[in-house]
Write a protein that binds this ligand. Structure first.
Ligand SMILES: Cc1cc2nc3c(=O)[nH]c(=O)nc-3n(C[C@H](O)[C@H](O)[C@H](O)COP(=O)(O)OP(=O)(O)OC[C@H]3O[C@@H](n4cnc5c(N)ncnc54)[C@H](O)[C@@H]3O)c2cc1C
Ligand SMILES: *[C@@H]1O[C@H](CO)[C@@H](O)[C@H](O)[C@H]1NC(C)=O
Ligand SMILES: *[C@@H]1O[C@H](CO)[C@@H](O)[C@H](O)[C@H]1NC(C)=O
Ligand SMILES: *[C@@H]1O[C@H](CO)[C@@H](O)[C@H](O)[C@H]1NC(C)=O
Ligand SMILES: *[C@@H]1O[C@H](CO)[C@@H](O)[C@H](O)[C@H]1NC(C)=O
Length: 494
């Protein structure tokens, strides 16, 4: 008798402790599907935002972010640590046809302002002449003043004939093909490789910028001087290496825009709107793929014993930089360009002498670079920097804020060299990025689906085009595939 009672009690306890919390049909019905997103940059934030928008908030989303801030490569810092003077260290501009970013900025009431390359903004209280120059390490191969744009245009036409116009038309055509991705016909797309082919973009991604442009009648001189200055400043790569779609993206920055106070705010607002739990300073160290059979993915957090379960996982960071261990996932490797971004302030302008100009002749406020000799393409021994520009002026301190992009560290000696003696640098900041992938010609892209049971990868899109907008589009696209709805009014991009 006592044994029977004991057994009954044991059975009840067993049910209560071990079974009930797991089984209960009521629990199953009300529980939302759990989705983990790794990375709170443009891609991860967009996936969270669009998942909830497409499903009327029917997911339970957790975003893991290694950094202590939202934005990833959209990073804003303050000059002299003063919030009055924010500047972008990573992604600085987008364009009008970046529909996702533009629509999000509108929805969130963020102020979009135009970003003029090399311009010291009028509101900063100093009108210095904006000058643009392309430096080959020994001389300026091209200079232009944006204050007299007709003069610059004539100069360009005189030197390069119709090449600038034809380059513009080629870039426009590529842009139009890409914009079809947003249409109801194309969005969401299951297979980037196939859609790129069907929209005739693979012809462009599978050739170098140099080959494609010269093959379409542009002079080698123009491609080396002008197009290359654009590919170097935007992607730290030269025209004989970077694919032509990457090259055209660099030419398409006519009307550059930025969010006042920092572009990262778009992604912060997207996450807020999604209601996702955002775990900053939390690095995912492993996705346990052996638990697949249970229908759940186990995620481990670095420096913690914590293991958490999710129904689906979206990897929204370049996989081979995430440090995620365990069984490697089926994702093609991509090598990223190391880029040094050096920001500093000085009351002085760059040295005219260093740049081969007569004393007193102002050095361009925006200097891009190209390679002196065609044969040097690839070695990148000279110049030592990709670009130098004045990005703002601080009247209160009478200081210019400079930004240098370079393939290696900018030493104090180098700074002394490019300024005249006695120049002081009051505030210096350095950030080393794995900035963007090497955009070698390519025709096959990794699939979004890393595993059929719910592991997704966004960043293969970077080898196609690496921008905030394309990462956002990848996030929206994967969100649409996960939701699986077929009402095109609901599942659409702006
Ligand atoms: C200097 C520079 C200039 C650029 N200029 C422009 C520009 O003008 N316009 C433009 O559109 N694009 C520009 N880009 C490119 C643009 O920044 C990127 O294409 C875009 O921001 C990528 O977004 P993402 O979300 O895919 O990746 P990321 O922004 O890199 O986000 C990935 C996030 O994942 C996090 N993460 C990584 N591993 C883990 C882990 N294990 N656990 C948790 N979190 C993890 C990272 O900390 C990061 O925050 C620039 C990039 C650089 C570096
Ligand atoms: C979205 O969900 C809310 C709350 O669950 C509900 O009231 C609303 O009707 C839903 N909207 C749509 C379009 O399904
Ligand atoms: C995507 O398309 C390519 C080319 O047709 C094909 O090789 C690949 O298997 C496709 N991937 C998926 C997931 O369908
Ligand atoms: C792309 O390349 C294919 C094969 O080389 C060719 O048939 C097609 O016409 C090309 N399309 C464009 C738009 O150049
Ligand atoms: C699609 O969704 C929109 C917006 O919720 C709705 O007005 C429309 O009726 C839906 N269409 C179909 C075919 O369900």
């Amino acid at each position: 008798m006592r044994t029977v009672v004991f057994l009954i009690v044991l059975a009840v306890v067993w049910q209560l402790v071990f079974r009930a919390p797991l089984a209960g049909p009521i629990y199953e019905e009300t529980a939302k599907e759990k989705i983990a997103i790794i990375g709170a940059g443009a891609g991860g934030s967009s996936s969270a935002y669009y998942l909830q928008r497409y499903s009327n908030h029917s997911y339970d989303i957790t975003v893991f972010e290694k950094n202590f801030y939202i934005g990833g490569r959209s990073t804003t810092i303050n000059v002299h640590d003063d919030p009055r003077w924010p500047v972008e260290v990573g992604a600085s501009v987008f364009v009008k046809v970046n529909f996702n970013l533009a629509a999000a900025a509108r929805e969130f009431g963020l102020n979009v302002q135009s970003y003029d390359v090399g311009k010291v903004r009028g509101k900063d209280g100093l009108a210095i002449e904006e000058l643009f120059g392309i430096w080959d390490g020994m001389k300026f191969v091209f200079t232009a003043s944006s204050e007299s744009s007709w003069k610059s245009t004539i100069k360009l036409l005189y030197k390069y004939g119709t090449a600038p116009l034809r380059a513009h038309l080629l870039a426009e055509k590529a842009s139009a093909s890409f914009l079809a991705f947003y249409s109801q016909d194309d969005f969401p797309f299951v297979n980037l490789t196939e859609i790129s082919r069907s929209r005739d973009l693979t012809n462009i991604t599978s050739e170098t910028t140099f080959d494609y442009c010269t093959g379409h009648g542009l002079s080698a001189r123009y491609v080396n001087d002008i197009v290359q200055a654009a590919t170097i400043v935007n992607y730290a790569q030269n025209v004989k290496q970077i694919h032509a779609l990457g090259g055209f993206v660099c030419l398409a920055v006519d009307e550059a825009l930025e969010i006042e106070g920092g572009n990262w705010q778009i992604f912060e607002k997207m996450l807020q709107k999604s209601g996702a739990t955002v775990r900053l300073g939390t690095s995912v160290s492993e996705i346990d793929t052996s638990t697949k059979s249970s229908g759940k993915w186990k995620i481990s957090i670095a420096d913690s014993d914590k293991v958490e379960e999710f129904d689906q996982v979206i990897i929204a960071a370049p996989y081979y930089q995430t440090g995620i261990g365990g069984v490697p996932l089926r994702i093609k490797d991509a090598s990223y360009m190391t880029l040094y971004v050096t920001l500093f302030t000085s009351t002085k302008r760059l040295s005219s002498t260093y740049f081969g100009l007569k004393p007193g002749v102002p050095v361009p406020t925006m200097i891009c670079t190209t390679l002196a000799d065609d044969d040097l393409a690839g070695s990148h021994t000279r110049p030592w920097f990709n670009s130098i520009s004045i990005i703002r002026y601080i009247p209160e301190r009478k200081e210019y804020v400079y930004k240098i992009f370079s393939p290696s560290r900018i030493s104090p000696e180098f700074l002394q060299l490019i300024f005249d003696k006695g120049a002081e640098f009051n505030w210096v900041y350095e950030k080393i990025w794995n900035a963007y992938p090497r955009l070698d010609p390519i025709s096959d892209f990794s699939d979004w689906k890393v595993d059929n049971d719910g592991i997704w990868y966004l960043n293969s899109i970077e080898q196609f085009i690496s921008t905030m907008e394309t990462s956002s589009l990848a996030g929206a696209n994967v969100a649409a595939l996960i939701v699986g709805a077929n009402n095109k009014t609901v599942v659409s991009v702006p």
